[in-house]
Design a protein around this ligand. Structure first.
Ligand code: ATP
Length: 341
C-alpha cells in the first residue's frame, strides 16, 4: 500500500547562517513520483534526509499516512533510500547485499524468494553470487535499487541515483525506475539537479532555490506557466518583454499583444519560450531582423531584433534563414505568459 506524505513548514539550519531549508510545505499523493529539483546547494539532499529520518529538522513536521514520523528512527520508517553511489558491502555477494535490508528488519520469512524476485525486477537474475567488485557501475546501482525495493517500502527516496552513469545508461535506468515505481505504486521522492530528468520522471516537480520552494506543479506547467522569471530561466525560457496589461492586451515596445491567459494587470513581464515563436504574419506579429543563426542539428537558434529588443527563436532545421534578412515574427497568444512586475 502506498502512503501519502506531507511536509509542513519544514525549516532546517545547520549552523547560524541562512537556513538550508525554509518553511517547506508539500504533499506527495500515494503512488506519486515527485522530483525535488534545483541547483547545487538549494537544499534537496537536506529535504531528503529529513524525509528519511537521517536529520531532525529545526522545525516543522513530516507526516506519513497522516501520522507524524518525527522522532521515528530511519529503520522504523519503512523508507528505502538509493544514493548517488551504490554503497554496496564489498564483503557480501549480491544476494547478501539485497537481503541486508530484510535482515535489518528481522525478516527471515521467504527471504530467498524475495531476494530473487527483487533481482528479477531489476533484470539482475543470475548475478546473486557475484561480488559487487565484479559488477559495472550500472549493475551496482541496479543492486542498490533491488536492496531498496525488497523491503516493500512505504516511501522510496532517491538521491541523484544515476548522475555518475553515462548518458545511455542513465536513460535506461530512468525507464527502469519509472516502470518499477508504477508497478509497485511507491510514493517516491527523487532528487535531481537535472531539469530534463525531472521532466521525464516526475508526476510533479518541486523546484527549490536557496532552500525555498519556488513552484510545485506538473512538469508542463513549468514551461507553460512559470511562477517567476527565475523559474522560467531555469527551464530555458530566454525571452522576457516588459509591458503594461490593460483591457485584455499588453502594450509593449513591439506593439499591443493579446494573451490567451490575460494574467495580472498593470506592469508585467511577458515570457515566451524560443520554440513557441513563429516566423509568419498574423495576430501579435511584427517585423524583425535576423542578427545571428546557430545550427544545432535538430534545431536552428536565431537571435532576432525589433525596436531594439532581442528575441530568441528555436526553429526546425528545414527553416533556413540568412543573417540580415527581415522576417515577420509572431508571438502566439496561447504561448505568452504574463508575470507580475
Ligand atoms: P547538491 O545538489 O550539491 O547535492 P543540495 O541541493 O542537495 O546540493 P544540500 O546538500 O541540501 O543541497 O545543502 C543545502 C545547504 O546546506 C548548502 O548551502 C550546504 O552547504 C549546506 N549544508 C549541507 N550539509 C551541511 C552540513 N552538514 N553542515 C553545514 N552545512 C551544510
Amino acid at each position: 500500500m502506498s502512503a501519502r506524505l506531507e511536509l509542513e513548514n519544514v525549516t532546517h539550519c545547520y549552523g547560524r547562517g541562512e537556513p538550508a531549508l525554509s518553511d517547506l510545505s508539500l504533499t506527495v499523493e500515494p503512488g506519486e513520483l515527485v522530483a525535488l529539483l534545483g541547483p547545487s546547494g538549494c537544499g534537496k539532499t537536506t529535504a531528503l534526509k529529513v524525509l528519511a529520518g537521517l536529520l531532525s529538522p529545526s522545525s516543522g513536521d513530516v507526516r506519513v499516512e497522516g501520522s507524524s514520523v518525527m522522532g521515528i528512527t530511519p529503520e522504523k520508517r519503512r523508507t528505502a533510500m538509493v544514493f548517488q553511489k551504490p554503497l554496496l558491502f564489498p564483503h557480501m555477494n549480491v544476494a547478501g547485499n539485497v537481503g541486508f535490508g530484510l535482515r535489518m528488519r528481522g525478516s527471515t520469512e521467504d527471504s530467498e524468494q524475495r531476494i530473487s524476485e527483487a533481482l528479477e525486477q531489476v533484470q539482475m537474475e543470475g548475478f546473486a553470487d557475484r561480488d559487487p567488485g565484479e559488477l559495472s557501475g550500472g549493475q551496482q546501482q541496479r543492486v542498490a535499487l533491488a536492496r531498496a525495493l525488497v523491503t516493500s517500502p512505504k516511501l522510496l527516496l532517491l538521491d541523484e541515483p544515476f548522475s555518475a552513469l553515462d548518458a545511455n545508461l542513465r536513460s535506461e535506468m530512468r525507464k527502469l525506475v519509472k516502470r518499477l515505481q508504477r508497478e509497485g505504486d511507491y510514493t517516491t521522492v527523487f532528487v535531481t539537479h537535472d531539469q530534463e530528468e525531472a521532466v521525464i520522471l516526475a508526476d510533479r516537480i518541486a523546484l527549490l532555490f536557496d532552500g525555498e520552494l519556488q513552484m510545485y506543479d506538473r512538469p508542463q506547467a513549468f514551461y507553460d506557466h512559470p511562477a517567476s522569471m527565475e523559474v522560467a530561466r531555469f527551464f530555458g525560457a530566454t525571452n522576457f518583454l516588459e509591458g503594461r496589461a490593460e483591457n485584455g492586451s499588453v502594450r509593449t515596445r513591439l506593439g499591443d499583444l493579446r494573451l490567451e491567459n490575460p494574467g495580472p494587470t498593470g506592469d508585467v513581464t511577458l515570457t515566451i519560450r524560443p520554440e513557441a515563436i513563429r516566423l509568419e504574419k498574423g495576430e501579435n506579429s511584427f517585423a524583425a531582423n535576423i542578427i545571428s543563426a546557430t545550427y544545432l542539428g535538430t534545431q536552428v537558434h536565431y537571435a532576432l531584433e525589433s525596436h531594439g529588443i532581442r528575441i530568441r527563436a528555436a526553429l526546425p532545421p528545414h527553416v533556413r534563414l540568412e543573417v540580415g534578412e527581415e522576417v515577420s515574427v509572431r508571438l502566439p497568444a496561447e504561448s505568452l505568459w504574463a508575470l507580475e512586475g
